[in-house]
Design a protein around this ligand. Sequence first.
Ligand code: SAH
Length: 253
Amino acid sequence: MKPEILLSRIRVVLCRPSHPGNIGAAARAMKTMGLSRLTLVNPKLFPDPEADTRATGAVDLLNAAKIFTSLNEALAGTVFAIGLSARQRDLGPAPGAPRQMVSALLSAAEEGDVALVFGNETVGLSNDELQLCHAAVSIPTNPDFSSLNLGSAVQVLCYEARMAAYAERPPSPESVTTPFVSPTATHDEVEGFYAHLETVMTATGFYNPEQPGRLLPKLRRLFGRARLERDEVNILRGVLAATQNKTGHGSKC
Ligand code: SAH
């Protein structure tokens, strides 16, 4: 697939940005590297003249930005999402280095839309937001001063994406024809499965929402690593539905 098309499939998602100037800086960072899909989740102030000023010639990306009220909605239809975090979390998705993960992101972009997800300037990404991503990336930094400006973090990842898109890349394992392969499940299909799983685990008593522990994040990490295909999601949901029928817990999910 052409590099320009791969880059056009990357959504840059800014979660709860506080400073409109950073939104403008992100748009400029994206456009210089050939990305265009700016996506905002609950921006504090947008549109705003400060965003336009900092975007300079990338105001077209601001005008075309998509705005959502939750990260879940912003990721609808994507097949792979990477969360950017300056801090390593003990319970997040599988962590990796920017170059390695951007390569995985571009392989996934052969199949559909993908996302780079950035956090708020003060508090970063919440654990819940990171849980919606398949992978986590920290940009290597001075350990004593690890937090980049939001626009700068966007620039680093967009640069890596451009380098990877224009480099010769071996065919991804997914794109090599193997029997029984179905398309990668989208974010919303996988979230539907998680909701179904939680319902059945709760109904059968395996999971107690009053004492959640680490069960749900661990299951998310397991299935996130597996990069579920659509057929596989359907099989798993079939197993859950059959369990519900057999145990009389209903099939309302
Ligand atoms: N104080 C926040 C940092 C916010 S910076 C924290 O501790 O998480 C705003 C956003 O830029 C972050 O949420 C992250 O998405 C990105 N960012 C900044 N520095 C980064 C780094 N070293 N590695 C990965 N992402 C980084």
